[in-house]
Write a protein of this length. Structure first.
Length: 241
């Protein structure tokens, strides 16, 4: 029967690995029974996915690896997993994003310092309620704390690197420091998640995980400009020599 996620443009259905003809599929059915032991009447099936507007017979197979469904337990187990999945997601060891500063580790007062976040999608495998769960954590929102009381975000923009020739240009995530000193720059990345049960379709997780980065120390210096008449070869005791 077709199954799906509300408001999801994609539909999902499964087909049994074995047919109901007991005489012709004894070995296959025995493999079903051996593989699916988490509930009553476990069966191995292949999942298919496709746009709901398209003929379901043309939907594509999600995976070549079959997964188990059960006649009595799927709803109860699914509901229990749904109740626990957000906590399980937020407790995953999600790698924090990295703060990158340009220039670094020093910059100047009043100069635009480009700041961006390097964060990647991550995949986790776990067992929850005796079911094999796959979780995908995707970075979707970003916050920057520049360390001087200024905060940018949450925003969907992580920023981007600049070529060294363009350092000092203003960007969406750059920042100007008004005073010299050492500042701790920290990013918080908000990860959204999806999960699948026993190789089934990916389901959105209702909630996010906020992961702070390791602080990056930025030293802000003050620059002074002086006019001089000689270079350091002529006047070794001059300003800046």
């Amino acid at each position: 029967m077709p199954v799906g996620i509300p408001d999801d443009p994609f539909g999902y259905r499964f087909e049994p690995v074995c047919f109901d003809d007991l005489a012709g599929n004894v070995e296959c059915l025995a493999a079903n029974q051996a593989a699916c032991t988490a509930g009553e009447d476990g069966r191995l099936v292949f999942w298919y996915r496709g746009l709901k507007t398209r003929d379901s017979a043309l939907w594509e197979k999600v995976s070549e690896t079959p997964s188990c469904i059960y006649s009595e337990e799927p709803v109860d187990v699914g509901q229990r997993i749904q109740q626990q999945i957000l906590t399980a997601f937020q407790e995953r060891p999600i790698a924090a994003g990295k703060v990158v500063l340009q220039p670094s580790p020093h910059t100047l007062v009043g100069m635009e310092t480009n700041v961006y976040i390097d964060a990647a999608e991550q995949t986790f495998e776990m067992v929850l309620l005796d079911q094999t769960i796959r979780i995908i954590a995707t970075p979707t929102e970003f916050e920057l704390n520049y360390g001087d009381g200024s905060v940018y975000g949450p925003t969907s923009t992580p920023g981007a690197p600049l070529h060294q020739d363009r350092w000092g240009e203003q960007t969406q995530t750059s920042h100007r420091y008004a005073a010299s000193g050492d500042y701790q720059v920290v990013a918080t990345v908000h990860f959204s998640g999806t999960y699948s049960v026993n190789g089934g379709p990916m389901i959105p997780i209702d909630g996010r995980a906020a992961v702070p980065s390791e602080p990056q120390t930025l030293r802000v210096w003050r620059a002074e400009t002086r006019s001089v008449a000689d270079n350091c070869l002529i006047n070794p005791g001059g300003v800046g020599c």
